[in-house]
Write a protein that binds this ligand. Structure first.
Ligand code: NAD
Length: 267
């Protein structure tokens, strides 16, 4: 992946990224910090969040790890208050924290349904509201990004809570595009295909068991089957898309979802 010649495309911006202690969120945090943003690593894994913030600081960037569960109203509000107290403002909020659970509906417990939908939907609501309130006050625009998925547009068997939640994010994004317009706040969804992160590594044995396939067959016949070139999307691909959205120079690009999926689902 090419690096950007300009290293200051996000100078002066403050970005809160949820679930940024691992995988996709971590790569977005590293890229945004490299581009000059002050980055808040908001994650329920406190140690990992601190480590990512330290890694950024060692490279000369500016970052803060904040431990919070995105499903907890008080923790979210206090994490955003801490962000404003430390960095003075919020320009970007990326609702990226997520989890997966693979099981057919007849075996699925309410608890496991709620675990997945609460993080993605309740968590995205709470973080959106906290960021939006601050962006409104600043009256200087802002950028909301939701980490959707190819599963925001497509369904896969055995992923009902995930597919439902990822479709739901399109509704939240589109509503925020309308409510945000008068403040210059844009709202978009990134929809990655399969990316090799801990979230996906954990699913391979589960999917193999549920589909009665080997792990290699799951990768080939389930994960990459619909791509044009049987290739995984990378964390870098998704981070570059987030940078593109944040640095887009006008308010024209709002209320949209962007597929980064090697052609899996073409809009
Ligand atoms: P990951 O498991 O590597 O990272 C998820 C992070 O979210 C972890 O650091 C975890 O501690 C944090 N987290 C989980 N629940 C939380 C909560 N309640 N509060 C705060 N933090 C919480 O996962 P990833 O693959 O990087 O996924 C990130 C996002 O990208 C998710 O929304 C996921 O659905 C989406 N996505 C992933 C893929 C993929 O193939 N990996 C594809 C499409 C979309």
């Amino acid at each position: 992946m090419a690096t950007h010649p300009a290293q200051d495309r996000l100078n002066g911006k403050v970005a809160v990224i949820t679930g940024a202690a691992s995988g996709i969120g971590k790569q977005i945090a590293l890229l945004f910090a490299e581009q000059g943003a002050k980055v808040v690593i908001l994650d329920m894994d406190k140690d990992a969040a601190t480590q990512v913030a330290e890694e950024i600081e060692r490279k000369g960037g500016s970052a803060m790890g904040v431990a919070a569960n995105v499903t907890d109203e008080e923790q979210v509000d206090s994490a955003f208050a801490e962000t404003v107290a430390t960095f003075g403002r919020i320009d970007v909020m990326i609702a990226n924290a997520g989890s997966q659970h693979v099981e057919p509906i007849h075996k699925l417990s309410f608890e496991n349904w709620k675990k997945v939908t609460d993080i993605q939907l309740d968590g995205s609501f709470l973080c959106t509201r906290a960021a939006f309130r601050q962006m409104m006050k600043q009256d200087d625009g802002g950028c909301l990004i939701y980490m959707g998925s190819a599963h925001s547009h497509e369904a896969s068997a055995m992923k009902s809570p995930y597919v439902t939640a990822k479709h739901g994010l399109l509704g939240l994004c589109r509503t925020m595009a309308k409510e945000g317009a008068q403040y210059g706040i844009r709202s978009n969804v990134i929809c990655p295909g399969y990316v090799k992160t801990p979230l996906v590594e954990k699913q391979i044995p589960d999917q193999a068991r549920e589909h009665n396939m080997t792990e290699e067959e799951v990768v080939e016949k389930v994960f990459l089957k619909e791509t044009v070139d049987q290739t995984f999307t990378t964390v870098e691909d998704v981070a570059e898309t987030a940078l593109y959205l944040v640095t887009f120079p006008s308010t024209a690009l709002t209320g949209q979802s962007i597929m980064v999926s090697h052609g899996w689902y073409m809009q």
